[in-house]
Design a protein around this ligand. Sequence first.
Ligand SMILES: [Zn+2]
Ligand SMILES: [Zn+2]
Length: 339
Amino acid sequence: MRVDQLRRVVFRSSDARLLALAAILLSALPGWAEPVAGSLPAQWNIGANDCAASPQPPLQVHTYEPQTFILRQSPCASFEANFIYLLIGSDKALLIDTGAVADPKAMPVAKTILELLPDKDHKKLPLLVAHTHRHLDHRAGDPQFASLPSVQVVPFDLERVRAFFGFTAWPNGIAHVDLGGRTVDVIPTPGHNQTHVAFYDNRTGILFSGDFLLPGRLLIEDAAAYRESALRVVEFLKTRPLIHILGGHIELNAGGRAYRFGSRYHPNEHPLELARADLTALPAALERFNGFYARYPNYILTNPIHNILVVVFAVLVVLGLAVFGFYRLLRRGMRRRVD
Ligand SMILES: [Zn+2]
Ligand SMILES: [Zn+2]
């Protein structure tokens, strides 16, 4: 072998070694590694036309991957049919929301979660129970966890949510929950409700979005804050993998039509998962929002307070016209009697 041939071989082998070293270093970096893959069912429990005639289990438990569980409350148990998420790390587990039903007999959330929790040092893995926001359908199950050992429930009022996660410039800044080999980022997302946060899981690349973004009605309390939140989440996820956006409810059918409010039957239900395009379209949709109602393929923007005010105003106008008409009829009748 000539000297220049030998040099080429040596160079090549050192290149290969450098590449291998770079691959090892990259795989050891936190956060941006390839997300762990999982699966979602084609159809969740859709409730029933007649819940009394077709009883069904209160909770549907789905294993997305061995350390990530999705629980759906049956639409028959509560029309809200909340989704609850359990993320398991090596030191701790995180439960996102406790659902819409308080009664442990009708809805055994805590019992089911404890059965899913693995043991560590001959005890159940410690559990942190947090909420996407304070609305009752996301925390009605809290009392079931209150007296359990190794369970910590995050309070739901804004002051204590901020203090617990360590937000000093709410709604700016990102908090982190370390579950051991699994970090969950907490992103303030007020707008639907002032206490709202979204959770980004670096293991699966899933954004758990609560009522901030879901295939259903996005109920807007503060449109400006909502838009700021949407921009904040878009910016945060710009450089991160985003596999799915999983919210707190499904309220649309596959054609994008909303079920009647309070419906316990969701035939041909829209998939739970939304994608990055749904999120990136949100800031502009909120900017264009007319304050009442706007339909998009995978969600509906609505302000329930404004809509109620419109209905109240319409009722008052109709009532006013009726009173006015009655008064005129009365006066005409009296004039006739005088004549
Ligand atoms: Zn809500
Ligand atoms: Zn909700």
